[in-house]
Design a protein around this ligand. Structure first.
Ligand SMILES: Nc1ncnc2c1ncn2[C@@H]1O[C@H](COP(=O)(O)OP(=O)(O)OP(=O)(O)O)[C@@H](O)[C@H]1O
Length: 245
């Protein structure tokens, strides 16, 4: 078994006449946290859309656990153990927090009894037990982000793609989310993380990949990436301070 749970090679896609990704590669090590950063519009979410089957690349391959994913549907990919969150929190707003997590689990398990156990554990892990009967729509953003994570983890994935799960969170919530992600990786789940919050992504990731304008700009350990002159220049437009701290 390869040490890499995910290998993306030569992925390109054009949308609306624009080349959004051009020959992009990304490797994620099994059981580790891999960060994906880059200025706004760099193509990070588009890369997640391709890996999770929501978009088909014009070229390239996406190999998950030794199997090619290009051409497979998102549902098939999720059933194989690769799930993702969305920046715009999904789920069913009028259903309760518990029901939302349960739907995530039911897609994966068939016995309701087992599902109950997983749902209760996730509600507890994500600090959502007290809100279990509230509607998803009534939650403030920080809790909705946690619900989005609980919903996808209910499928007990092998690899989870987290798209800006720190967005809109206050510092204490960011710390909690970081602890949760670390625990997830410690328990053997591989994580790929798109994140603008530099402290979080650099604090969590073993390996960081930097995209800029649809291309790979740099990669390495957090300290290698943050001291890379090309990366600093790429961020200057939107605040060098943001990367350095
Ligand atoms: N369906 C689409 N049709 C046309 N252009 C698109 C489409 N989806 C994304 N784009 C464009 O592709 C580029 C990359 O978008 P993407 O959302 O992948 O960037 P990102 O790095 O995730 O940005 P952010 O950090 O702001 O979320 C942007 O210029 C965006 O406008």
């Amino acid at each position: 078994m390869s040490d890499n749970v995910l290998e993306v090679q030569g992925v390109s896609i054009a949308l609306g006449g624009l080349q959004i990704l051009d020959d992009v590669h990304l490797t994620a090590e099994r059981g580790q946290i891999t960060g994906v950063i880059g200025p706004n519009g760099a193509g990070k979410t588009t890369l997640f859309n391709i890996v999770s089957g929501f978009m088909k690349p014009t070229a390239g391959s996406v190999v998950f656990d030794g199997e090619e994913l290009v051409g497979k549907l998102p549902e098939q990919i999720a059933r194989m153990g690769l799930v993702r969150t969305f920046q715009k929190v999904r789920g069913l707003p009028q259903l309760s927090v518990r029901e939302n997590v349960m739907i995530g689990a039911l897609n994966h398990r068939h016995r309701l009894q087992d599902t109950d156990e997983v749902v209760n554990r996730l509600l507890n892990d994500l600090g959502l037990t007290a809100y279990a009967e509230a509607t998803a729509a009534s939650l403030p953003i920080g809790l909705r982000k946690r619900l989005e994570v609980a919903r996808v983890l209910a499928a007990e994935p092998q690899l989870v793609l987290l798209d800006e799960v720190m967005g809109g969170l206050v510092p204490s919530e960011i710390n909690e989310m970081m602890q949760l992600i670390r625990r997830l990786a410690d328990s053997g789940t591989s994580v790929v993380l798109i994140e603008h919050h530099m402290k979080a992504v650099m604090g969590l990731s073993k390996h960081v990949i930097v995209l800029e304008r649809g291309r790979n700009l740099a990669e390495g350990t957090p300290s290698e990436v943050t001291s890379d002159p090309g990366v600093l220049t790429a961020y200057l437009g939107e605040g060098y301070q943001h990367v350095a701290h």
